[in-house]
Design a protein around this ligand. Structure first.
Ligand code: FES
Length: 159
């Protein structure tokens, strides 16, 4: 309820707030609300969306039943490990075209992305992959087989 300027106010009536003061307080209130909401939003930012990648050097135990010349792909790794009469070797399963993960097939490996094909020793059977799948360093320490995904070796290197 508004009072006429000439009307006498009771001493119990609150002081009327000037418009300028009201707008100033409203602006400060809005600023504090915006700051508080932005702080709430920022609480979500620092959380990592992905986990750290696993170490590139890892131990593998080949199943005793693994047939000669058949690929064993350790879970969570992009490597195919083979055993034959001459020893053990590992080949990367990352396609040399654009980096998709190749799948084992009757002919070796096939890339699901653009159709490249590789033989069991990584040689390009069908493009567009420009180069063979790289062979990776395998070492044997005692009875432990270690594959190093970061170290490429000459194809045909077996331990
Ligand atoms: S990424 Fe494998 S064929 Fe393109």
């Amino acid at each position: 309820m508004t009072t006429h300027p000439n009307e006498k106010r009771s001493r119990f009536d609150p002081e009327p707030m000037p418009r300028r003061d009201f707008l100033g307080l409203a602006a400060i209130g809005s600023m504090l609300a915006a700051f508080g909401l932005s702080m709430l939003g920022m609480l979500k930012l620092p959380k990592a969306a992905v986990s750290a990648s696993p170490a590139k050097k890892f131990n593998v135990s080949l199943p005793d039943t693994l047939p000669e010349g058949e690929a064993f792909i350790p879970p969570g790794r992009n490597v195919a490990v083979f055993r034959d009469k001459e020893g053990v070797f590992a080949i990367s399963t990352v396609c040399t075209h654009l980096g998709c993960i190749v799948k084992t097939s009757a002919n070796g490996f096939d890339c699901p992305c653009h159709g490249s094909g590789f033989t069991r020793d990584g040689t390009v059977r069908k493009g567009p992959a420009p180069t063979p799948l790289p062979w990776l360093k395998v070492s044997m320490n005692g009875g432990t087989l270690t594959v190093d995904e970061d170290t490429k070796v000459k194809s045909g290197t077996k331990v």
